[in-house]
Design a protein around this ligand. Sequence first.
Ligand code: ADP
Ligand code: MG
Length: 232
Amino acid sequence: MSIQVSLVNKFYNQQQALTEVSFEVGKGEIVGFLGPNGAGKSTMMKILTGFIKPSSGEVIVDEIDVLTSALEAKKNIGYLPEHNPLYADMYVREYLHFQAAIFKVEKTQIEACIDKVGLSLEAHKKIHQLSKGYQQRVGLAAAILHNPTVLILDEPTTGLDPNQLVEIRTLIKELGKEKTVLFSTHIMQEVEAVADKVIILNKGNIVFKTDMNQLKATNKSLEMLFREVTSS
Ligand code: ADP
Ligand code: MG
């Protein structure tokens, strides 16, 4: 198993953001993480990547306990946070050199990453000069620099135009050929286009998990299912 989450609870003061959340993701799977705003997706992703601690529960990524060995676990995890926090005034290549230094990645890896995410023609520009789609590529390049086995992508396609959306989706699918990917989104077609499995969260609880093949065998669309399990 690439990701093992069991009985995770998270409280922000009195408010419970996650309740007994358990799921597993197999090696090499691409999993869509769905749920209405406020469902707890970003909270779960921050816990998975070791940025915040759960109130209780167990989180194992690539056989490493994220709660007791966060630094070690982070070596295997690439994370694109929600709203993709980048230093807009830095040049693309400069930013990736900066990130590579933090992760102690060989500089020789940087150009390969730039190439992989299709940034070769933009790498000399300042980040703020790029379109949102290309900025997402910078975030993805930074996430894969240290060659992690698991990618956690928090709404990687939110705010993109239809063409950029397809491009980033294709890139995620491409990266998913060699990595385990858990990504959140509000776009049902995206999950249908790239994911092997889907997990739906509502008000901090997992309300549905399915294999996309199983779902296709029923006559239900993912959108119908989503509305059914999250409208309460
Ligand atoms: P999603 O990503 O699915 O939209 P979040 O994980 O961001 O959901 O939020 C889940 C719930 O936890 C929301 O009710 C949100 O207001 C609350 N929450 C998130 N972060 C914090 C925080 N740092 N402090 C207090 N409450 C928070
Ligand atoms: Mg979120």
